[in-house]
Design a binder for this molecule. Structure first.
Ligand code: KG4
Ligand code: ZN
Length: 359
């Protein structure tokens, strides 16, 4: 029986500075310093501003994560850090901090793929709940966030194949850009979910993209262009009423999620899958969860989502969970090799996790 490692995990891939302490798949603490307020004025994430905020937040966030977990560096088995993908200047802050801490405390460093973190976030457990065993593979993970929208075939933990991905915007990004068109503020995803509840999703129709592409890829840019045309046309005719806004939100959200479930269904028709996992910021949307559940029901599959919404959006606990399995596979960097770890802003999940490092 391999002992569960106690991991201090760090994620600075985008606009949230996060540190967590995990014991196996159990989350002891998960601190997230959000920069949303800071980036609101730009309507999106501004990389150099993000880097500066990460630099200011990283020390206090790590200290708080240890304090909340009631642990010190003496208890820690390894440091884990997001190596990519993400914004290069933002990634750098977390990686440099993790390297310095690993060297200072003579601990192994585990570089983690951020998408693997989102994919395995469903395995995170709250305190006082026993770890579950017995996963049946292959499992399909759907990661839907502001930066990524991917279908990942999990053959085993650590063995991933990207079956499909967005060729342009991510689903969350499309929702945020649509929200900007109708002045919903940033990030628009959660507001769209609320407004959509009061709207009619059949009021406006948007094109279903990539139906003849013969692959499992997604695209949201055509939908976005159609939305821009529609909102501009409506604006020339009248001032949008609150009900118009609700209907637009319901219709656009429906179109975004329908394109995901359309390709999900194609995947399930093409191969046998034993479980469906959902992660990423958009995974907290109840409408998306319901649409996926409806799609997978005929295949007698059930949907697994993270136990808390905080685990859907960017957070370091999911990085700690992914690192636990790497630790048990001996995928860790030690000693002077730690200095060679560099950020990988475009790291794709199915490129061999350790092919970048020489051992
Ligand atoms: O995973 P995340 O925190 O960051 C990235 O890795 O991108 O995802 C952020 C995205 C944003 O686009 C935000 O609008 C979207 O997730 N989001 C939602 C909801 N909550 C967050 N989209 C739809 N419905 C929600 N409830
Ligand atoms: Zn993310």
């Amino acid at each position: 029986m391999i002992m569960s490692p106690l991991i201090l995990a760090i994620d600075t891939s985008c606009d949230d500075t996060s540190a967590a302490v995990t014991h196996g798949t159990t989350i002891l603490s998960n601190v997230v310093a959000s920069q949303t307020q800071l980036h609101k004025q730009y309507g999106g994430v501004f990389p150099t501003v993000a880097k500066q905020a990460h630099k200011e937040n990283i020390g206090p966030v790590i200290a708080l994560a240890l304090k909340r977990a009631k642990k010190t560096f003496a208890d820690v088995s390894a440091i884990a850090v997001t190596q990519g993908p993400g914004l290069a200047p933002a990634l750098e802050v977390g990686i440099e901090k993790a390297k310095a801490l690993a060297l200072e405390h003579d601990l192994p460093l585990i570089p983690v793929n951020h998408i693997e973190g989102h994919a395995l976030s469903v395995l995170a457990q709250p305190k006082n709940r026993a770890e579950k065993n017995g996963l049946r593979f292959p499992i399909l993970s759907i990661v839907v966030s502001g930066g990524h929208t991917e279908f990942i075939l999990i053959r085993a933990l650590g063995e991933y194949q990207r079956l499909g991905f967005t060729v342009d915007d991510a689903a969350g990004e499309a929702l945020d850009k649509f929200g900007r068109m109708i002045d919903l503020g940033y990030p628009a995803g959660p507001i769209i979910e609320e407004f959509a509840k009061k709207g009619d999703h059949k009021k406006y129709t948007f094109p279903l993209p990539m139906t003849t592409s013969g692959d499992f890829n997604l695209s949201f840019s055509g939908m976005k262009t159609a939305a821009r045309k529609l909102t501009e046309e409506l604006a020339t005719k009248k001032v949008l009423s609150q009900q118009d806004t609700y209907d637009l939100c319901a219709s656009f959200q429906y179109a975004v999620f329908r394109s995901i479930t359309y390709k999900l269904n194609k995947i399930l028709q093409s191969q046998q899958i034993f479980g469906i996992w959902l992660g990423g910021g958009v995974a907290s949307n109840m409408n998306l969860r319901a649409a996926i559940r409806q799609t997978i029901r005929p295949y007698h599959l059930s949907l697994k989502v993270p136990y808390a919404k905080k685990l859907c959006s960017d957070n370091a606990a999911m990085i700690g969970v992914a690192a636990k399995f790497q630790f048990q596979r001996e995928n860790k960097v030690i000693g002077d090799e730690i200095k060679n770890i560099q950020r990988l802003p475009r790291w794709e999940i199915d490129r061999s996790l350790f092919s970048f490092h020489k051992f």
